[in-house]
Design a protein around this ligand. Structure first.
Ligand SMILES: [Cu+2]
Length: 120
């Protein structure tokens, strides 16, 4: 094997690793909270994963900075909540997750998503 073939091989492996990292390695921004979570709504939700304990009331404070229509509504289907978010304001949404599990929230058109992970 000549040196250039080795280099091409290594380059190929590097490219594959990069693609894998790019698509799968980007970890969702995640936060663990006890009673309150601040979620910035701007081109998506940040953080997008909220970890909470079961049986506690949690207030999700959605601060909408995104002027687009897309993110003006937030939906938490598991809690029967659909709420309009006023621009540049914080809209508190209180939930009582009493079951362990994964609950999603999204914009009104179901394009942007976040998750609430409830554990014991
Ligand atoms: Cu949308």
């Amino acid at each position: 094997m000549t040196i250039d073939k080795v280099l091409v091989g290594l380059g190929g492996i590097g490219a594959i690793l990069f693609v894998a990292w790019f698509f799968f390695g980007k970890k969702a921004q995640e936060v663990a909270v006890e009673q309150q979570a601040q979620i910035v709504v701007d081109g998506g939700y940040s953080p997008e994963v909220i970890r909470v304990k079961r049986g506690q009331a949690i207030t999700l404070n959605f601060l909408r900075k995104d002027p687009g229509d897309c993110l003006e509504e937030v939906v938490l289907p598991d809690f029967g909540i659909r709420k309009h978010l006023a621009l540049n304001q914080t809209t508190p949404i209180e939930i009582h997750p009493d079951k362990v599990g994964e609950y999603t929230f999204s914009c009104g058109m179901n394009m942007f998503h976040g998750k609430i992970l409830v554990s014991e």
